[in-house]
Every structure is written in C-alpha cells, then in structure tokens.
Ligand binder design. Structure first.
Ligand SMILES: Cc1cc2nc3c(=O)[nH]c(=O)nc-3n(C[C@H](O)[C@H](O)[C@H](O)COP(=O)(O)OP(=O)(O)OC[C@H]3O[C@@H](n4cnc5c(N)ncnc54)[C@H](O)[C@@H]3O)c2cc1C
Length: 514
C-alpha cells in the first residue's frame, strides 16, 4: 500500500453535494482534492460526456455509471440506483426540480436544528436556482442562481383538458414544485435546458477545473476512513485497482445517503449492535447509534392507460409533456401528502419498465410524506459486499394513502373533459376490491431514489443524530458530512434542489469557520 498524498481538504464523492462543496471551497482558496469512485469526463466544452448523461430524457437504469445496489421493498428486492460518476446520482437522474414545502424545513427547526428553518435556507435555494419562464406570481423561486431550471411543456390539447378538469373540481393553478402552495395543479420543473441535463460537473466543477488548488481523483473508491480519537487522519482507497492512502487535515463526506453511512460503518463508526454483530467492536470503536438508521424515501406507483381513439389521433407523441396535481388526503393536514403527475410523449427513455408504458397516457402517484422508515447496514466489513438496504415499507397508513391516490386518479380521468382522451377500460381495474388493489400496490410499488436521513443532523443531545448543524460528525473535530444523508426528515418533493442548497449552506459555514 502506498501513502502518496497529503491534502488540506479531502472530499469523498463528486455528486450533487460534492461538486458544490468542492467548487466553493476551491474558490475560497483552500487546497481541495475531490475523490470519486466513478469516471470523470472532464470539462463540458470538450464534449467527452456520454450522450446518456447529457440527454435529459435518460434515467439511469441501463447505465454503467451505477453502483448496482438492490434494496428490500416489502416482499420484493429491487435495484436501487446510485450514480457512480462525476456528477453522481444527479448525472443519471430524472432531472426533476422541486422544493419541499416551507413547512418541511420549519419542521427541521422544531427538531432542534435552529439554523435550518425555511427562512434560513431560502437565500441558498435562491443562490442555486435559476428558473426560466416563470409563470408564477410566487416570489420564493430563485431566478438568478447557477442551476438553470426550466418548465416542462404542457401545451398540447390533452393538457388543456387536464387543466379544465382540475378547474371543474375547483382546484387552483399553483406553483406545483415550489415551497408555497400545497393543493392544486401546475407545471413540472427540471434542471435541463433544450433537452440537455444541467448536471453538477457542468454547472459547478467546470468553474474550478484548472485551478492549481483543485484536483479530482476519479476512478478512486474510498474503502475505509483511518481515524484516531477525534481525528479523521486519512482514507484508504482503491485507485485504478491499486490500494492507496491519502492523508488529510479535513475530511468531508459527500458520498450520498448510501455511501456515507456505509463508509462510516466500515470504518468502525456506527450502532453498537451492528459493530457487535459483525465482530467489529473494539475498545476504540466510535458508537454513533444513528448511522444507517432513519432511512426515508418517497414511494409511489406508475400506471398508464391506452389513449382513446380520439386521444391517439390528437396527442403529439413526439412531444414531452407533463403536469402535476398536489393532493391532500386529510383537509386538516398542513401540507399535501400525495402528488399525481400525468405524462404524455417521449419524456423518458432507456428504461424497460417505462418502455412498457410507451404510447400510453401515464400517471405517477407519489407518497411524499411517508410514515415508513427503513435502515441501511453493512453486511460485512469487506468493501466488496454491498450494504443491506431495507425500506421497511409496511405502514398501513402509507398503503391507505396510495389507495386514496389511485381512487382519486380513476375518478379524475372519468370526468369531463379529460375522459375523452383515455380508454377507461385499459388501466387500473378492481379499484373497489380493496384486497386486490392492495396486492396490486405491493406488486407495483416503487421508490423514487430519493433516499435521505441515514446520517441525520441533530444536536449532540439528540441520540439518533450523526452530525451537528454544521455537518460535523459527533465525536470528531475534522470529519464532516454535507450530503443528502443528513436531512432529518424527507421534504415533500424531489430532493436534488435541497441537496444543492444544503451543500451551498454547509460550504459557507465551513469557509466562515476556517
Ligand atoms: C435514477 C435516479 C433518479 C432520480 N431522480 C431525481 C429527480 O428527478 N429529481 C430529484 O430532485 N432527485 C432525483 N434523484 C435523487 C438525487 O439525484 C439525489 O438525491 C442527489 O443526487 C443526492 O446527492 P448526493 O450528493 O447526496 O449524492 P450523489 O449525487 O449520489 O453523489 C454521491 C457520490 O459519491 C460517490 N461515492 C460514494 N461512495 C464513494 C466512495 N466510497 N468512494 C468514492 N466515491 C464515492 C458516488 O459515486 C457519487 O458520485 C434521483 C436519483 C436517481 C439515482
């Protein structure tokens, strides 16, 4: 093993969070080394990036740039995609841009995170987001940030009927991906422009590539953190199949909701019972009970209907169009707990499951405020063995909520004027037979790759927490986590924008401290 490098700041993971943090720290003058297990294709202007990363219609199923994990969801074991490339999961994701609701972040404050309510985060959301073609009177959205965001088209005649049907029900037109409104219908927003993904390497890392104080080590997988007492001293990594050790002053994990807890556990930092079970407990182990626990994701179901004859003739299948309804199951709830999106056309490709819905009118319903909480734990200290990911989706209330959404969808598409577009007999059936539909939900349930919470933030008195409000791992002086894993609770919307925002905010705190 060769010990060949010393760093001031070592960041592990070049996904959404790692790209932002590395860029900001390098711009502030720190000497930054960014390690990434997957490949790097360099500056965007060199045009070396694979088309599947550049094209916003691609979602990661058929890619080589994935870790190949599986996860348990109810009685099933299915793939759990995670990007393994500079750009991370953001390089292979569906490019949806959503804020959580204001209330989601205010709840973080109620958990004791005084510096993480909506108002404290708002300037950072705005620093990230640059929403083009705004149609909202809403003032929360960012319009001058660095990440370009555009509204998905919904101009065809099918969506005119979709909108009319919403209006007939008394729904308001809202910013359906923003932080302010909970119920109503509106547009979907994406971090892509003219069909091209705005991924973190292009938007962030290209700003610092070439600086003397910044370097990327790609194809380099960290397998263990070497630490003593309160200090992370180095990482042991495999670089192009060669074991290396890299020493550092400060270690920042941006390895994502799977990568960060896995690395901690493999380095002897985790729950007592897990370290004991693996015969990995020593007098020097660091017991942090929350590592890998509190795993949360959004769950949902995709279903589709054949178009009616009228629909077949009048939908422009070459377009990529979508709209969304935010639904509140219980009127007394503060925010919506479900969304129902409708898609027509070629919005996503390269995916076997989605191909089965091609040329159909598609719907996705999402449970955005689930109750089920799962866990991640390493099965072995051997880095070649994948961690166990179990969503423990077994909460009856969660299943009832999905049932509510399916019943809503079935009723909605039978109303005027949307009904003329859809062959009502071709999609969801037997909705009245609860047993059948619950079985169907369990068979068709999926998660949306929005995992958070596996290294959650909290103060030192908060037993289940792993890092403090500044991302510092409890019990350490120089090891931080700044990625999606630190969210204490999942926001009601896709996550990437919140991850960019957390990374901007954490980078600022770090720069102020050092
Ligand atoms: C298929 C898919 C679709 C999604 N769709 C959407 C969407 O439409 N909208 C949305 O908002 N969100 C979406 N998401 C989620 C979103 O992309 C993630 O929440 C976000 O990218 C998380 O950022 P992160 O920095 O925490 O982790 P990541 O972006 O996953 O970055 C982690 C990086 O660390 C690297 N890494 C991990 N372990 C190691 C190690 N040991 N050594 C070296 N490097 C390591 C990984 O290779 C990766 O590059 C999707 C995710 C996926 C996978």
């Amino acid at each position: 093993m060769s010990s060949n490098k010393f760093c001031e700041i070592l960041i592990v993971g070049a996904g959404t969070s790692g790209s932002v943090v590395a860029t900001r720290l390098a711009q502030a003058g720190f000497n930054v080394t960014l390690i990434e297990a997957g490949p790097d294709f360099g500056p965007q202007k060199e045009n070396r990036w694979p088309s599947e990363i550049v094209d916003d219609k691609f979602v990661g199923e058929e890619t080589d740039f994935d870790w190949g994990y599986t996860a348990k969801l109810g009685s099933k074991e299915i793939r759990y995609l995670r990007g393994k490339i500079v750009g991370g999961s953001s390089a292979i994701n569906a490019s949806g841009i959503n804020w959580g609701l204001k209330n989601d972040y205010d709840e973080w404050k109620k958990l004791g995170l005084t510096n993480w309510d909506f108002d404290s985060m708002l300037p950072f959301f705005k620093k990230v987001e640059n929403l083009k073609d705004r149609n909202y009177s809403d003032i929360s959205r960012g319009t001058s940030g660095e990440l370009q965001v555009s509204r998905q088209k919904a101009e065809g005649a099918y969506f005119k009927s979709f909108i009319e049907t919403c209006k007939n029900r008394g729904y308001n037109f809202i910013d359906a991906t923003g932080p302010d409104s909970s119920e109503g219908y509106g547009f979907v927003t994406r971090n892509s422009v003219n069909g091209k993904r705005e991924h973190p390497s292009k938007v962030y890392l290209d700003q610092v590539r070439g600086l003397k104080n910044f370097s990327i080590i790609a194809n380099c997988e960290v397998i263990r953190i070497i630490w003593k007492n309160k200090k992370a001293q180095a990482v042991e990594a495999l670089h192009n199949n060669k074991r290396i050790v890299i020493n550092t002053d400060h270690l920042i994990l941006c390895s994502g909701s799977v990568g960060s807890p896995t690395l901690l556990q493999r380095s002897g930092i985790g729950p007592y019972e897990l370290l004991k079970e693996l015969d990995f407990l020593t007098s020097e182990s660091k017991i942090i009970d929350g590592v890998g626990k509190n795993l949360q994701d959004h769950f949902g179901i995709r279903f589709s209907y054949l178009p009616s004859k009228y629909g077949m003739q009048n939908i422009d299948w070459g377009q990529s169009e979508s709209m969304r309804i935010r639904l509140k199951e219980k009127s007394e709830d503060v925010g919506h707990n479900l969304t129902l999106s409708s898609f027509v056309g070629s919005h996503i490709k390269n995916n076997e499951e989605l191909a089965s819905h091609a040329n159909r009118i598609q719907f996705v319903t999402w449970l955005v405020k689930p109750i089920s909480v799962g866990y991640l734990k390493i099965a072995s200290t051997n880095y070649q063995i994948d961690p166990v990911i179990n969503f423990q989706f077994n909460n009856e209330q969660d299943i009832e909520s999905l049932l509510f959404a399916l019943k809503f969808a079935k009723k909605f598409i039978s109303e005027e004027p949307i009904k003329k577009w859809i062959d009502q007999s071709s999609g969801l059936q037997n909705i009245a037979n609860k047993k059948d539909i619950i079985n169907w939900i369990n068979d068709n349930l999926s998660y949306y790759y929005h995992m958070v919470g596996t290294c959650r933030m909290g103060n030192e008195l908060d037993d289940g927490s792993v890092v403090n409000e500044r991302g510092l791992v409890h019990g350490f002086d120089n090891m931080y986590i700044f990625d999606a894993s630190i969210m204490p609770q999942i926001p009601r919307g896709m996550l990437n924008l919140t991850v960019f925002t957390i990374a901007e905010k954490m980078a600022k705190h770090f720069i102020e401290k050092y």
